[in-house]
Design a protein around this ligand. Structure first.
Ligand SMILES: *Cc1c(COP(=O)(O)O)cnc(C)c1O
Length: 410
């Protein structure tokens, strides 16, 4: 294990965290001992750029807040613990975290990545990493043989998103981990599941990446990211990048994220309960809804795998509305409780038309290939009372019913 440099995430030393503690206990305790100097129960917001030293070379573990800040360190320890990892590095956004994870690459390295990747990650691999001489091949990561076929001797990184966005397809992480050979790193973007529903390191992943903007912070008021790993050598490289590039979150954002993550478990359980009820209701609305995508439904192609691999099915679902693009756009603009907005994972419900919003820049033919059609709506199911969410969508269906095409007679 490397000697942690000043303020860099070291294994958690909290006295109130014991081996065997459950998820909720760790979320509330890991990295969060009361302040030794003041007794402050809650980790303070250390709003400082620099730390005063006692003598030249004698400090209290911190010297400059880009390199390390106590509020950020508490968050890094908390998130590492939740993913079953020893090390964590927090970043200013999910994208900065993803770029941070890519710091393990060098010119000439090859990446294999999920074909229906988050748009920002696709753009990073195709338009940014390519400029550094790093080439990416996209593969259907729900098909292990397709991934095996895409691997080259120079493949350094296998980048997987599961569930995918917006169709919630699930990749078998254990099977993908079995493809690893020395020098090949498996990284998983675990944003959609959060560590409550899925812990990729336990399934064989080397790196886990989050947009903490989503479920981990959970209140739609912070943009942030994190990389978690149990591998000391990988961490050393990523922590070096974190300090060298400096895309670090400020103490206020770290504080809010640390606070949000304390309730991750209870929030995820309710997100899932609401999403399951809404998905089942949508499936029963055959006059208005052509198809529903939610891993918790028995009709989902990866339902059994999701049940094996995940502790919950998450809070995002999508569905195809009868009536095509026009009705999808009208519906998304007429709901009361579902805000028309990108992003996900907050307490408030959101609705969007991926083809025109989150996936707007994906070429048209590629969208068709991926099944991201104009009649597809994505919903981030929030924590409102689910009866209210159902009646809101029901009313929106009624208001837009004139745009539905008549059901084909069988
Ligand atoms: C939002 C998101 C990102 C990017 O995170 P930002 O915090 O917006 O930079 C990456 N991956 C997934 C799966 C996301 O949903």
């Amino acid at each position: 294990m490397p000697t942690p440099t000043a303020g860099h995430s070291a294994p958690d030393t909290s006295t109130r965290r014991r081996a065997g503690d459950g998820f909720a206990t760790r979320a509330i305790r890991a990295g969060q001992d009361p302040c030794a100097a003041t007794g402050s129960t809650i980790v303070p917001i250390y709003q400082t750029a620099t730390f005063t030293q006692d003598a030249v070379g004698v400090d209290h573990g911190f010297d400059y807040s880009r390199t390390g800040n106590p509020t950020r360190l508490a968050l890094e320890r908390q998130l590492a613990d939740l993913e079953g990892a020893r090390f964590g590095a927090a970043f200013a956004s999910g994208m900065a975290a993803i770029f941070g994870a890519c710091a393990i690459l060098r010119a000439g390295d090859h990446v294999v990545a999920t074909s229906d990747l988050y748009g920002g990650t696709y753009r990073l691999f195709v338009d940014e990493l390519s400029r550094f001489g790093i080439e990416t091949t996209f593969a259907d990561t729900t098909d292990v043989e397709a991934v095996r076929a895409a691997l080259r001797p120079t493949t350094k990184l296998l980048w997987v998103e599961t569930p995918t966005n917006p169709l919630l397809r699930i990749a078998d992480l254990r099977a993908l981990a079995a493809l690893k050979r020395p020098g090949l790193v498996l990284a998983v973007d675990n944003t959609f599941c959060s560590p409550y529903c899925q812990r990729p390191i336990e399934l064989g992943a080397d790196l886990v990446v989050h947009s903490t903007t989503k479920y981990i912070n959970g209140h739609s008021d912070v943009v942030g990211g994190a990389v978690l790993t149990d591998d000391a050598a990988l961490f050393e490289r990523i922590a070096f990048h974190q300090n060298a590039v400096g895309a670090v979150p400020g103490p206020q954002d770290c504080y809010l994220t640390l606070r949000g993550a304390k309730t991750l478990g209870v929030r995820m359980r309710q997100h899932e309960q609401n999403a399951q009820a809404l998905a089942e209701w949508l499936e029963a609305q055959a006059d208005d809804v052509a198809e529903v995508f939610y891993p918790g439904l028995a009709s989902h192609p990866d339902h059994e795998l999701a049940k094996r691999q995940q502790r919950g099915f998450g809070g995002v679902l999508s569905f195809r509305i009868r009536g095509g693009a026009e009705r999808a756009a009208a519906l998304a603009s007429t709901t009361r409780l579902f805000n028309l907005a990108v992003s996900l994972g907050g307490v408030e419900s959101l609705i969007c038309v991926p083809a025109l919003m989150t996936h707007k820049t994906v070429p048209a033919e590629r969208k068709v290939e991926l099944g991201i059609t104009d009649d597809l709506l994505r919903v981030s199911v929030g924590l409102e009372d689910v009866e209210d969410l159902i009646s809101d969508l029901g009313e929106a269906f009624a208001r837009t019913a004139s745009l539905a095409e008549p059901l084909a007679l069988a």
